[in-house]
Design a protein. Structure first.
Length: 157
């Protein structure tokens, strides 16, 4: 499966090779694909599995939008990690469990950054929420790429 995905991405990379390096292209493709999967899982879970109903546990009740987020996160988190580790950042010298711990930490930082930047742009700077989300996504994706490349999946060079 790994070789198939790499071959497919390398084929799709051909028209972009003058504009972007291969690793960045793979990051955008894998991250974008995983993000799209996350949105699809969230939509299906919210609308058709949970049917917009609260999830009641013995301890707490969870709103359908948060429960959908949790379910989609538990599916796309490991997929995202495997894509980053095995497709995008293949030259890492770190052990798998170190990469996983760092990846989880970076994902949590990105969730917090999303919250902070959206709140800042909407409440302090008066951005329209959708514009705030777009600007935030650009900032967080750039941060995430650099963090993944130089910290989570650090390579020798």
């Amino acid at each position: 499966m790994k070789h198939f995905i790499i071959a497919l991405l390398d084929f799709a990379y051909t028209p972009f090779q003058k504009f972007i390096d291969r690793q960045t292209f793979r990051y955008v493709a894998c991250g974008g694909g995983n993000t799209l999967l996350d949105i699809v899982i969230y939509f299906i879970t919210y609308n058709f599995i949970l049917k917009k109903q609260f999830v009641h546990t013995p301890f707490i009740s969870i709103s359908p939008y948060i429960a959908s987020f949790i379910i989609s996160f538990f599916i796309t988190f490991p997929i995202g990690f495997l894509l980053m580790r095995n497709i995008v950042f293949t030259g890492s010298v770190l052990r798998g469990r170190v990469q996983l711990a760092r990846y989880f930490g970076m994902v949590m930082v990105c969730v917090i950054l999303n919250y902070i930047f959206i709140k800042l742009f909407v409440e302090k700077f008066g951005f329209y929420p959708t514009i705030a989300k777009v600007v935030t996504t650009i900032i967080v994706v750039c941060f995430s790429y650099l963090a993944q490349r130089h910290f989570t999946f650090k390579s020798k060079h």
